[in-house]
Write a protein that binds this ligand. Structure first.
Ligand code: SF4
Length: 215
């Protein structure tokens, strides 16, 4: 089998195994499907757990519910509310600037193209792909730490590869567009439960037949 065909077959199999294991494919960030809130939560999740972001955002969205309120809020208030997420000064500044840009440039709507999303302060490809996949159903590989580690072990690329952009480019053609968003959510659950960073449970793993790790 040629390499491209092998990767396509592996992608198909991985999608199916994860679908069976995690039928719900829920995003760990509880945004309720609101694009602005998902953007905020994804921004806050940098170097912070999704669990903490969910807790912090209950208060944050009670006081600052939308982009207009974020643009109007004093920076010090935003900083105080998001402080437990870490890097709070940088995150508060970029959220306030993003909110202002949304209102002035995008008529208050979170845009639906990679290029426009990347124009928002603090929004990188990871956040953009999450929004494109989850909200706009356009597909998007969210190359987070779980995705990068596990897909390397599975053999989509060398395990040493840690560059998110290269990972995204390799996985995009081998995971069907409409499956990409669910695949990335499921792989996070899989990475927490089975293929953990320190001690992957290979004996109990439903992927072991298609996995190149150690073999
Ligand atoms: S077999 Fe082991 S390394 Fe491969 S995906 Fe499963 S847990 Fe991860």
């Amino acid at each position: 089998m040629k390499d491209a065909e092998r990767l396509m077959a592996k992608g198909k199999a991985a999608v199916e195994i994860l679908r069976q294991r995690y039928p719900d494919a829920e995003c760990s960030l509880e945004s309720g499907g609101d694009p602005w809130r998902l953007l905020v939560m994804a921004r806050l999740s940098a170097q912070c757990t999704d669990e903490r972001v969910n807790i912090v955002c209950r208060d944050l969205f009670r006081e600052i519910p939308d982009a207009q309120a974020m643009a109007d809020a004093p920076l010090a208030q935003i900083e105080e509310l998001i402080r437990p997420c870490g890097l709070f000064r940088t995150k508060a500044k970029s959220l306030k600037e993003s909110a202002a840009m949304l209102l002035t440039t995008y008529e208050g709507r979170v845009p639906d193209s990679m290029e426009e999303l990347l124009s928002l302060p603090g929004v990188g490809r990871k956040i953009a792909n999450l929004l494109l996949g989850d909200i706009y159903k356009k597909g998007g590989i969210v190359a987070d730490t779980h995705c990068i580690r596990i897909c390397g072990r599975l053999g989509f690329y060398a395990e040493e590869l840690k560059d998110p952009l290269r990972v995204e480019r390799i996985l995009t053609p081998v995971i069907p567009v409409l499956e990409q968003s669910d695949f990335c959510h499921r792989i996070v659950h899989f990475g927490r439960e089975i293929c953990t960073a320190r001690s992957p449970k290979c004996e109990d793993c439903p992927m072991r037949e298609i996995c190149d790790h150690n073999g």
